[in-house]
Design a protein around this ligand. Structure first.
Ligand SMILES: N[C@@H](CCC(=O)N[C@@H](CS)C(=O)NCC(=O)O)C(=O)O
Length: 236
């Protein structure tokens, strides 16, 4: 059994996308990042960066003590290796999947996150920051679109953890939607993933009432999320 420490955000969705595709049994432990649950000692013991998602695998492949994993990219690789699924076994397919997974972790995710911060959450409009991240995210979407011009998924014909990592980060901010019109291949890929039953199940989990929150972040939630509450890990 796997414990999933989760809140329904793009990085959280990556892991439910995998678990629903693979049909692995798991239990969700909500980490309400707006109320500071990411700073609780029990969570920090498995996720020292005070960010979710994180997992604990109580039945690891080596038969030993439970294994905990933080960082969504590392979790996806761990689960792919555990199940032998969604990470190609051949050298070229595996390399391509890992390339695009790392590209998401280091580029698409952080840049889109900053885009969202400056367009949706920042206390005052900063035109330079808004323009910088909007341009960078459009550039990254163009990179994705070109990659998908001649293949169904990022690593080739098969759906992999690279696709699961990127999908939740395509225009995730309802209040600041991105223009996907110029990116026809990206739109086709996105629709194909959205149509998968496991994707529908993964996103339905995020709509469960236990994750209900107001449409807008409160000032207290902003303080928790944007580091205005002091050191990121209390006591550090
Ligand atoms: N690189 C990390 C990023 C995780 C991350 O930023 N998670 C956010 C939600 S999407 C979070 O837990 N935020 C809590 C906070 O900022 O205190 C990963 O991919 O797992």
């Amino acid at each position: 059994m796997i414990d999933l420490h989760y809140w329904p955000t793009p990085n959280g969705h990556k892991i439910t996308l995998f678990l629903e595709e693979a049909g692995l049994p798991y239990t969700i432990h909500p980490v309400d990042i707006g109320t500071g649950q990411q700073f609780q000692p029990g969570f920090l013991a498995i996720a020292p960066n005070n960010r979710m998602p994180a997992i604990v695998d109580h039945a690891p492949a080596d038969g030993g003590a439970p294994v905990s994993v933080f960082e969504s990219g590392a979790i996806l690789v761990y689960l792919a290796e555990k199940t032998g699924r969604f990470l190609p076994a051949d050298l070229r397919g595996r390399t391509a999947a890992l390339e695009w997974l790392f590209w998401q972790m280091a580029g698409l995710g952080p840049m889109t996150g900053q885009y969202g911060h400056f367009h949706v959450y920042a206390p005052e409009p900063i035109p330079y920051a808004r323009e910088r991240y909007a341009r960078e995210v459009q550039r990254l979407l163009g990179v994705l679109d070109r990659r998908l011009a001649d293949r169904a998924f990022l690593a080739g014909d098969a759906y992999t953890i690279a696709d699961m990592a990127c999908y939740p980060w395509i225009s995730p901010y309802r209040k600041a939607p991105l223009d996907l019109e110029p990116h026809a291949h990206l739109r086709r890929w996105r629709e194909a993933i959205a149509a998968r039953p496991a994707t529908a199940r993964a996103y339905a989990i995020g709509r469960d009432p236990r994750f209900a929150r107001s449409a807008d972040l409160t000032e207290e939630q902003k303080r928790m999320l944007f580091g205005m509450a002091g050191p990121s890990v209390p006591g550090s």
